[in-house]
Each structure stands twice: as C-alpha cells, then as structure tokens.
Design a protein around this ligand. Structure first.
Ligand code: ATP
Length: 225
C-alpha cells in the first residue's frame, strides 16, 4: 500500500512546555481508514495540526504525499492543503457566505464549472440533511447543522486525505451513522481517512483500525475490545 503520510520519531512541544506528543512512528496507507481516540488533552488535535501542516514537529521526520514537511516552501503549502479535507472542531465556516457557497468553495478553487458545482453541492447538502438550508448563513444554523456544512465542505472535492476532528460531536446517533457512511463512501473511492473521536460506540460499530493516543504516543487498540 502506498503511504500518504509517515511519521518517524516525531515529538511536539508547545514553546517551552512538556512534550505533548513523543516518539510517534506510524504511517497512513493510501485508502486506509483509522479512528483516533484518546482522553481530552491527549493531543489528538495537535496530531491533526501536524497532518494538515499547520504545526511543525519539534523533532523527528514527517513525510506527506512524498514530501518532507520541513522542506515544503511556504508558497507550496496551499496546493498541498487542497489535497487535504479538514473538519475542524470549531467548523471554521465563512459567515458571509451561504451554506451552499461554503461547500462550493473547494470546487470553485479547483476550477469546476458552475453547473457541476450546483449539482454536486445540492446533492451532497441534501444527503447530509441540509436540503432546506442551502441558502442560509452558517450563523443561523444549529451547531449540528454547521458541523454537517463543515463536513460537506471537507468531502466535496474528494480529497486524498480526510482529517476530521470530532466530526459527530454535535449530532444525534442517526446522523452520526449517516456521516460515517459518507466517510466510508469517500474512503472506497481512495481517500485516506483519519477521524478523531470520543465516540467509542461509533468506533466499535464500524470496524476500522483504532488508535489510542495516550502518554504522548499512539497505541493500536483495534482488537482490544
Ligand atoms: N497552542 C497551544 N499552546 C500550548 N499548549 C497547547 C496548545 N494547544 C494545545 N496545547 C496543549 O496540548 C495538549 C494537547 O491538546 P490537544 O488540543 O491536542 O488535545 P486533544 O486530545 O485534541 O483534546 P480534546 O479531545 O479536548 O480536543 C493539552 O495539554 C493542551 O493544553
């Protein structure tokens, strides 16, 4: 399996604080699907930040899409980030744009034609249950609805890598399942998926690899029940 990401002896500390992550050694193969669990404060978001190139490690090596992250020039970062779909914990929607335009953004940047954008965005918004809110401003939506807009925006461009930080934190079980099916569909098309979550029930229901972040490092707990 081709590697999309690999970490070798990676450690991270914020300023002069303790090492939050240490001795991280793992890789994400193309088309793999991983759940990332861990107590609050274990460093899941920090690991996500490393993966979408918003933070640099304090030691070790990170290779992403065949590139050493430290050697990627700043001006090349946007092109690489366009291959990564991210669902942020705080959604980061653009408030002066409608739901439709927030989701359309990655396709507009990629130069997809208008008709195609209309079709794809409308279909996806209907699928995630937001068909009645296509023209709403994000600030008028509930937390769970905003979260689904953020998810739709992250998946619409079929990214090579999807990173989702607690993507089902604000929705009920039925919608959480539906969102997981969406991630699985994307995964079947070749996207590498990493989902940070506290929802153990959901993790158990979908039998993908499960990593636990504890003591600053990753443990494979897929078969530990
Ligand atoms: N910008 C920062 N500066 C200093 N310390 C930070 C910063 N961001 C996070 N930390 C610390 O790093 C540790 C890991 O935080 P992180 O947000 O990665 O954890 P998490 O597992 O995502 O937690 P949660 O599940 O609550 O979102 C925490 O102790 C946190 O206080």
């Amino acid at each position: 399996m081709t590697e999309v990401v690999s970490f070798r002896n990676v450690g991270v500390r914020y300023e002069s604080g303790p090492e939050i992550l240490r001795d991280l050694n793992f890789s994400l193969g193309r088309g793999s699907f991983h759940f990332l669990t861990g107590a609050s404060g274990a460093g899941k978001s920090t690991l996500m930040r490393l993966l979408y190139l918003a933070l640099r490690q304090t030691r070790g090596e990170i290779n992403i899409f065949g590139r050493d992250n430290i050697r990627i020039p700043r001006e090349e970062l946007p092109a690489i980030r366009r291959k990564i779909g991210v669902v942020f914990q705080d959604f980061r929607l653009i408030n002066h744009l409608t739901t439709f335009e927030n989701v359309a953004l990655p396709l507009r940047v990629a130069g997809v034609e208008d008709l195609q954008i209309r079709k794809n965005v409308t279909e996806l918004l209907e699928w995630v249950g937001l068909g009645d809110h296509i023209n709403a401003q994000p600030s008028r939506l509930s937390g769970g609805q905003q979260q689904r807009v953020a998810i739709a925006r992250a998946v619409i461009g079929r990214p090579a890598l999807l990173l989702a930080d607690e993507p089902t934190g604000n929705v009920d079980d039925r919608i959480a399942m539906r969102l997981l099916y969406l991630f699985e569909e994307l995964n079947k098309l070749g996207t590498t998926v990493l989902i940070a979550t506290h929802n153990r029930q959901l993790v158990r229901r979908f039998g993908h690899t499960q990593w636990l972040l504890e003591g600053g490092t990753l443990h494979d707990v897929t078969h530990s029940g």
